[in-house]
Design a protein around this ligand. Structure first.
Ligand SMILES: Cc1cc2nc3c(=O)[nH]c(=O)nc-3n(C[C@H](O)[C@H](O)[C@H](O)COP(=O)(O)OP(=O)(O)OC[C@H]3O[C@@H](n4cnc5c(N)ncnc54)[C@H](O)[C@@H]3O)c2cc1C
Ligand code: FES
Length: 281
């Protein structure tokens, strides 16, 4: 059992969990993820390690409640436990001194970009962070990310915080201002990563995305996380999750994300019904 030491609502439908996981915390590096299994009947849920504390032996995950398993997780209370947490998995983000690195996080991807921005800052880079969300309610960790950023921007779709528009608009402004950018790191919804990638492509700015493909075993055995990169099949769990954005086939990624849509809808409906019967919601 992995005990939930802290649990917090950080945005509508998004919760933060601090887990007691000393073995994982000791080895975790920016860009890596864990797979959690809630109970004996639980699905495997891949989640990025949003923060880790080696001294305290804790890892932080931030979870958007989108379907059956993430909602089930939302019902587990602080002090209770999760059956299994496997990790750290995936190749860590390559951190070195590039010069100027722009870190772009969208939605729940804001959580995932934090350890990368921190790692890039610690390596001596000038870090420009751009966070984006639908409205100000979905922006979190503003102060935390500011502390590891030399420049910091927020964009919201409705203009309720920062600049009205998308993260890619802010990125384009920075490019148009002729700031020299050596690397762009981006994590968020697939469509956002695709647009960021198209924004940097004409300027030949190296761009890295962290792909959230469908994952099952997370060890390279099942093949469900396959993605096409540079015309070749790669497994996001063992070859990634980071890939050169300009070589990713985002259309295929989008299509594959929908593979289990029917089953997910049915599971979601069943979960809601069970919750109502048990009087949970
Ligand atoms: C490497 C990686 C890191 C991730 N990090 C985070 C994170 O930090 N925070 C966060 O909120 N979410 C993260 N996700 C997405 C998260 O795993 C899914 O939202 C979750 O599995 C949905 O489960 P569900 O049963 O609640 O929803 P479902 O109803 O099963 O699915 C809803 C949607 O979630 C996606 N999804 C479902 N199952 C999987 C799966 N096994 N693998 C990947 N995507 C799936 C699909 O796009 C699907 O349409 C990450 C995914 C990957 C692959
Ligand atoms: S999740 Fe099974 S091969 Fe990657």
């Amino acid at each position: 059992m992995y005990k939930i030491l802290e649990k917090e609502d950080i945005a509508p439908g998004e919760k933060l969990y601090v887990l007691d996981a000393p073995d994982i915390a000791r080895k975790a590096k920016p860009g890596q993820f864990v797979i959690i299994i809630i109970d004996e009947k639980g699905e495997r849920i891949p989640l990025t390690i949003a923060d880790f504390n080696r001294e305290k032996g804790t890892i932080t995950i931030i979870v958007q409640e989108v379907g059956k398993s993430t909602m089930q997780l939302g019902n587990i209370k602080k002090g209770e436990g999760i059956l299994n947490v496997v990790g750290p998995l995936g190749i860590p983000t390559h951190i070195e001194k590039y010069g100027t690195v722009v870190c772009v996080g969208g939605g729940v991807g804001i959580a995932c970009i934090y350890p990368i921005a921190r790692g890039m800052k610690e390596a001596g880079n000038r870090v420009i962070s751009i966070l984006g969300a639908r409205t100000k309610d979905f922006i979190f960790w503003e102060d935390k990310i500011k502390t590891v950023s030399d420049e910091f921007y927020i964009t919201t779709d409705d203009g309720s915080s920062g600049k009205k528009g998308f993260v890619s608009d802010q990125l384009k402004d920075i490019i148009d201002n002729k700031e020299k950018i050596d690397l762009v790191m981006t994590i968020g919804p697939a469509i956002m990563m695709k647009v960021v990638s198209e924004t940097t492509r004409p300027f030949n700015i190296k761009t890295v995305v962290s792909l959230n493909s469908i994952m099952v075993d997370g060890t390279g055995m099942c093949g469900s996380c396959r993605v096409e990169v540079d015309g070749k099949t790669k497994f996001a769990c063992v070859d990634g999750p980071d890939f050169d954005a300009h070589k990713v086939n985002f259309n295929l990624l989008n299509d594959r994300q929908k593979v289990y849509l029917k089953e997910e809808k049915e599971a979601h409906k069943k979960c809601r019904l069970e919750e109502r019967i048990s009087g949970n919601k």
